[in-house]
Write a protein that binds this ligand. Structure first.
Ligand code: NAD
Ligand code: USQ
Length: 406
């Protein structure tokens, strides 16, 4: 579901190359949102028909595409799932831009209706058709909020002692508290609650991948032909921070730090994204509870990234008023061991990979509409206030093993 998008397209090719039969369901809404916003990918994205025909001619493998709005067309979705009876459904099909979800009430309502119904319709169809399907969902690190407050963010669950009337009960494992920072991130929290219920009630086997910010463009498979090239979003709605900085340096545009740049986030390269999804499919859970993996390989502050890119390319840095409501800085330590235990080989921030991105951006810079670089909406109508960060420090429990370049 969502196999025409930035993560879904290279994953579809990677799974197909790894001898899996892949079917894409995608209503091409991401392409339509580009039309609505007057934006487009920096790289020239071929039509889905051209993409799939090229893949067949190169690999000999057929990937079928069905244009179904999975949030609105429940019957078509359920019938197709029944017909195909897949072992696994990988679910990317949601509106994924936090800024777009904060544009106005139309986009807020679209994001909630689309994302919540998409996820619920898949769950409902699996139950109605009585199929044993492993659902792999692309969730986000943003469900946790980004402040680890001296602890490391665990993979989905935390152990708590409940104290009532002065008495401490036994330890319980509960879902990590949720602190979404946008309407989009809120829908990912709602997804988590639906997964919890359908796993408990119907024993659906679910893996929820809490993914950090994805960077990079091409993968081994999308490199095979220009028609297979992946999207490169650079605009202020869908472009994510590191890819934006790399594109900005290619254009000679200053690197746009919002606020202080003290916001720390988790990151993962697109090659690692597709590897993680394959590993999750090849190693399905038993279904005792929803399996949650943190899908990230490193953490960096926005300012660190800007300095890294600036040192590499000579780009200037500009500090802008932050359109978002977020703390001026935060401390983020993440546990992300499970996917490495399954065999993930982390790809961390490296000059050579960044230079590859810059050269893609240079090649296609004529496609850039500079007026779309700073089109992010403010999170609130009233002037944005900077939220002070919390300065509570606890002893560190575990350090982030995957952290590099920090
Ligand atoms: P994307 O917007 O490029 O791709 C999503 C795809 O889903 C699009 O092709 C879109 O047309 C399709 N889609 C959306 N709603 C649909 C519907 N109702 N019916 C059918 N198809 C629909 O996004 P992406 O960057 O590929 O992200 C994929 C998933 O990974 C999202 O769920 C996102 O929340 C998650 N994620 C992305 C990132 C990132 O940095 N890109 C990071 C963490 C998590
Ligand atoms: N930022 C800048 N300058 C920019 C763009 C962004 O300083 O030009 C800052 C933002 O203020 C924010 C940080 O960079 O503090 C990250 O912003 P982003 O746009 O790169 O990422 P975000 O909005 O968090 O969303 C992206 C994906 C989303 C995914 C999420 C993972 O679009 O689908 O869920 O990353 S995570 O951040 O871990 O929640």
């Amino acid at each position: 579901m969502g196999g025409d998008g930035f993560c879904g397209w290279p994953t579809s090719l990677h799974l197909s190359r790894n001898k899996m039969d892949v079917t894409i369901i995608d209503n091409l809404s991401r392409r339509n949102i580009d039309n609505e916003l007057g934006t487009c990918s920096l790289t020239p994205v071929a039509t889905i028909e051209e993409r799939l025909a090229k893949w067949k001619s190169i690999s000999g493998d057929t990937i079928q595409h069905f244009n179904i709005d999975i949030a609105q067309e429940y019957t078509r979705l359920a019938e197709l799932i029944e017909r195909i009876q897949p072992d696994t459904i990988v679910h990317f099909a949601e509106q994924r831009a936090a800024p777009y979800s904060m544009m106005g009430s139309k986009q807020k309502r679209y994001t909630v209706n689309n994302n919540v119904n998409a996820t619920h319709n898949i769950l409902c169809a699996i139950v109605e058709k009585d199929l044993d399907i492993h659902l792999v969902h692309l969730g986000t690190m943003g469900v946790y909020g980004y402040n680890s407050e001296g602890f490391s963010i665990s993979e989905g669950y935390i152990d708590v002692d409940v104290v009532q009337e002065g008495k401490r009960s036994s330890t319980r494992s509960i879902l990590h508290p949720m602190y979404p920072g946008s309407v989009y991130h809120t829908t990912k929290c709602l997804d988590e609650v639906m997964f919890y219920f359908y796993n408990k009630n119907d024993q659906i086997r679910i893996t929820d991948l809490h993914q950090g910010i994805v960077w990079g463009t091409n993968t081994k498979e999308t490199h095979l032909d220009p028609i297979l090239i992946n999207r490169f979003d650079y605009d202020g709605m869908y472009g994510t921070v590191l890819n934006r900085f790399l594109m900005q340096s290619a254009l000679g545009y200053p690197l746009t730090i919002y606020g202080t740049g003290g916001q720390t986030r988790a990151f993962i390269h697109i090659e690692n994204t597709i590897e993680c999804i394959r590993l999750a499919i090849e190693n399905p859970p038993d279904g005792d509870r929803v399996r949650i993996f943190n899908q990230a390989t490193e953490t960096h502050s926005v300012e660190e990234l800007a300095r890294f890119v600036s040192n590499l390319t000579g780009a200037k840095i500009e500090y802008l008023e932050n359109p978002r409501r977020e703390p001026v800085c935060n401390d983020l330590n993440v546990i992300a061991d499970s996917l490495q235990e399954l065999g993930l080989h982390p790809i961390c921030l490296q000059g050579v990979l960044c230079e590859e991105e810059v050269s893609i951006a240079r090649k296609y810079k004529h496609q850039c509409d500079v007026s779309k670089i700073l089109n992010s909406p403010p999170w609130r109508k009233s002037p944005v206030q900077e939220i002070p960060s919390k300065t509570r420090f606890f002893p560190q429990k575990r350090t982030h093993k995957n952290r590099c370049n920090k």
